[in-house]
Design a protein around this ligand. Structure first.
Ligand code: ZN
Length: 425
């Protein structure tokens, strides 16, 4: 893959020219429906609106290279040719972890070291999980909202960023530093989305030396990070969340900080609910300000979870309305395991009513039999995903809300949704 760029008054355009050895299509797993989808490279460029005095010299070439990798990783073959040389150390580390080569190598370039007074950066969506991450990270963390530009007029999208903009503004009013970086990067791939788990951190990486960052944060929970509630349990370092990013972020002195990776959605909801941010944190990306669409699976899961946590009654009318949503029917009827099975087990285990569909969901997800209390606890091994500099302070914050899992909790977490469970379900 050949990478070129243009930069004018902070408008950065990345240009990608695939070579013969680059895979332009891939088969990927759609985890929501348990199907396979074709992923293809749909555009050979994307744009970022950075501060007007930003230039290519504002970022260390190794960090620039990592940002490019995060943006188009599935489409990169064995060699990535960059506009600027990377350090020997970074080149070697990329080769070791990914078997790919980032070129050219600049023999005179030292590896990137974060400045002494650096602060954390966090990708922030305005949703529950990244808000929980913002609560657990220090107050001086810079929050980066990935402001989605739609490249062509009239392009159809269900996305509505109103609520997220509102959340960004509200966060800023409360004294947090928030950056909204406009970009169309998600249109590089088709279907539209992020090409890797580090992709939404690309704006923060491009600005890593402009503002000075020493860690990249994200609000992934254990359902994504360890695939809990899907098939079994997979260590974060070995799945696509951590591999190859965990090691490559260390190579640019900006290790991952995933404060919520050892917590379930039950805990992140709990953390936000106890904070002043609950007034504007909103999971749904299709609804309006303080009005989630109530027409998507996320609204189904998150609104039921919130009601259960707050001990609010679930009326049959409310459940009728939720179970009638087309998106919800599709997810619940997809091949097993149902997306976010553990959260549905948690919700249904607390359900005492007589709604038939809810009772059926309870049986399917084993909300009637499973122990679910571990979802209120913290998985301590996950602390390896908190940058050493911030580990103690983030741990202190986590422990205000969740006690550490014991050996028994960990066993239940790892085995409750194993393959054997789904065969018997
Ligand atoms: Zn929704």
């Amino acid at each position: 893959m050949i990478i070129k760029y243009k930069c004018e008054k902070g408008k950065l355009t990345l240009l990608f020219t695939p070579e013969k050895s680059d895979p332009t299509t891939q088969q990927i797993r759609n985890t929501t429906f348990n199907t396979t989808t074709k992923l293809e490279m749909a555009s050979n460029q994307c744009v970022f609106y950075l501060p007007s005095d930003w230039t290519i010299d504002s970022v260390h070439p190794d960090v620039f290279a990592l940002a490019v990798l995060a943006a188009i990783y599935p489409f990169c073959g064995p060699k990535i040719h960059l506009p600027q040389g990377v350090s020997v150390d970074f080149h070697n580390q990329v080769k070791k972890v990914t078997k790919k080569q980032v070129l050219p190598v600049d023999l005179t370039l030292s590896p990137r070291k974060a400045p002494t007074h650096a602060v954390p950066a966090l990708t922030y969506s305005g949703g529950i999980d990244s808000t929980a991450a913002a609560i657990l990270l220090p107050e001086n963390t810079h929050l980066f909202y990935f402001d989605r530009l739609i490249p062509e007029k009239g392009m159809k999208t269900l996305l509505n960023q109103e609520a997220a903009y509102y959340a960004c503004d509200a966060m800023a009013k409360m004294g947090r530093t928030v950056h909204r970086i406009k970009t169309d990067m998600q249109y590089v791939r088709k279907p539209v989305g992020f090409s890797s788990f580090l992709a939404d951190a690309v704006p923060a990486m491009l600005l890593a030396d402009y503002y000075g960052f020493d860690t990249i944060g994200h609000g992934q929970t254990m359902e994504i990070g360890y695939q809990v509630g899907r098939i079994g349990f997979k260590d974060c370092k070995e799945n696509e969340v951590g591999n190859p990013w965990y090691e490559l972020l260390y190579a640019v002195d900006m290790p991952y900080t995933l404060p919520t990776i050892g917590l379930s959605e039950v805990s992140t909801t709990n953390i936000v609910r106890q904070s002043p941010y609950q007034a504007f944190a909103q999971a749904c990306s299709r609804g309006k300000i303080k009005a989630p669409c109530m027409n998507c699976f996320k609204c189904f899961r998150k609104s039921l979870l919130e009601k259960v946590i707050m001990n609010q009654p679930l009326s049959n009318d409310y459940l009728d309305q939720l179970f009638a949503v087309k998106d919800v029917k599709r997810v619940l009827n997809a091949s097993r395991p149902i997306y976010f099975s553990n959260i549905l087990a948690y919700i249904t285990s607390h359900y005492r009513g007589n709604h038939q569909k809810m009772l059926l969901l309870k049986r399917i997800t084993r909300g009637d039999r499973l122990e679910v209390e571990w979802m209120n606890k913290w998985y301590p091994k996950s602390q390896e995903f908190i940058a050493p500099k911030y580990r103690n302070s983030v741990k202190r914050e986590i422990l205000k809300y969740a006690e550490p899992m014991n050996t028994r909790d960990i066993k239940i977490m790892q085995q409750s949704f194993s393959e054997a469970y789904f065969q018997h379900a």
